[in-house]
Design a protein around this ligand. Structure first.
Ligand code: PLP
Length: 374
């Protein structure tokens, strides 16, 4: 007997397009027969996990037979010290991706809407769609704007109405790299009606060394309609473990905990995240490597005369000036994986993660050969 599973699926699921992740190295090497390839496609930390996180995992291996602490007490204690907040403000997630999905599940339904920007992180659309809620997508700042392709808060504000429950903001945003400054963001959140919760996704905040970048975590105590999401996947180098957290009012955290699975964060992720939070040296090395790599890549793309966008992240968005697919393919054949962003409506663009100086050089050499034939 065969069944037509798709026909049986819930309507919102039937029309859902799954997230397309960066190509894994093993898949590239299998499909293209190349070796020694590099992945600059998923904004991972080129230094990997820090030594303290690795040591913490090693010492926790003996307890793998036990369920993790479903409340994540120790990690929450460390986060409380880090953020000067209370236990009740923190919700842990299996990556911040899970938190975004939990937020959507908790506050959205087919009767209400979520607002986000064009070119915003793809998970906002997917998580919203899965609930059957209405998606309201605000046009981004146009080319030529100081933050071209970035969030336009005025345009987003216009889409908020009586049925809106969530506004998703990535600061800084992936895949554009663009960011919002403190004052306009604060004004935006304060201007929301009380039935609207604003989610500020700060996946890249440790890299955001730009003027007037807001410290949104500090606003949680004063703004009960604010949720901040953070992750250990990017600057902390723990993408493979899947751990993130949300900061919010205790009332919002209580709602999120109703949809949270009891053991959503595994025991190795809990100890590694706690250790990573205390490894300031690894974070500082990571941020410095990124700063130098950003300078290296911006100069190289300028020499190639490719349009690029301001970035407060560990990646750059570049405009190939022609369809990016063949450029992406040619880079793959050279063992370099970057990220196509056609799914975002940017068919001429590629998003490249900042790697080590050697990885950056190899990627740039690839671009040079492909675009200039030299
Ligand atoms: C990578 C990313 C996340 C999700 O990261 P997790 O690994 O699920 O914590 C969230 N938001 C943005 C904008 C990202 O780029």
């Amino acid at each position: 007997m065969s069944i037509r599973a798709l026909d049986l699926a819930a309507p919102a699921v039937r029309s859902l397009s799954p997230y397309v992740p960066g190509k894994p190295i093993s898949e590239l090497e299998r499909e293209y027969g190349v070796t020694d390839s590099i992945k600059l496609a998923s904004n991972e930390n080129p230094l990997g996990a820090g030594p303290k996180a690795v040591a913490a995992i090693q010492s926790a291996l003996g307890d793998l037979g036990l369920y993790p602490d479903g409340n994540g007490f120790e990690l929450k204690q460390a986060l409380m010290r880090h953020h000067h907040c209370a236990m009740e403000n923190i919700t842990l997630g299996n990556g911040s991706n899970e938190l975004l999905v939990m937020i959507a599940e908790a506050f959205l339904s087919p009767a209400v809407s979520a607002v986000y920007s064009q070119y915003a992180f793809a998970i906002y659309a997917i998580a919203t769609h899965a609930t059957g809620a209405i998606k309201r997508v605000a046009p981004a700042h146009p080319e030529g704007h100081r933050m071209a392709l970035g969030h336009d808060l005025d345009a987003m504000h216009k889409l908020v109405d009586a049925d809106t429950r969530l506004v998703f903001i990535a600061n800084p945003n992936n895949p554009t790299g663009t960011w919002l400054e403190a004052e306009p963001l604060r004004r935006f959140i304060e201007s929301m009606p009380p039935h609207v919760i604003v989610v500020v996704d700060e996946a890249y905040r440790q890299y955001a060394n730009v003027p007037d970048y807001p410290d949104v975590a500090q606003w949680v105590a004063e703004l009960p309609n604010l949720i901040v999401s953070r992750t250990f996947s990017k600057a902390y180098g723990l993408a493979g473990l899947r751990v993130g957290y949300a900061l919010s009012s205790p009332e919002v955290a209580d709602v999120l905990n109703r949809v949270r699975q009891a053991f959503n964060v595994n025991s190795l992720a809990l100890v590694a995240a706690e250790a990573a939070l205390g490894d300031e040296e690894h974070l500082a090395r990571t941020v410095e490597l990124n700063r130098a790599g950003m300078t290296q890549l911006q100069a190289a793309f300028a020499r190639l005369q490719l349009r690029q966008y301001p970035s407060a992240c560990n990646f750059l968005l570049v405009d190939c000036g022609k369809p990016a697919g063949p450029v992406y393919e040619a880079l793959l054949r050279r063992g370099v994986i970057v990220r196509p962003v056609g799914g975002y409506g940017l068919p001429n663009h590629l998003r490249v993660t900042i790697g080590t100086p050697e990885q950056n050089e190899r990627m740039i050499a690839g671009f040079r050969e492909i675009l200039q034939g030299s």
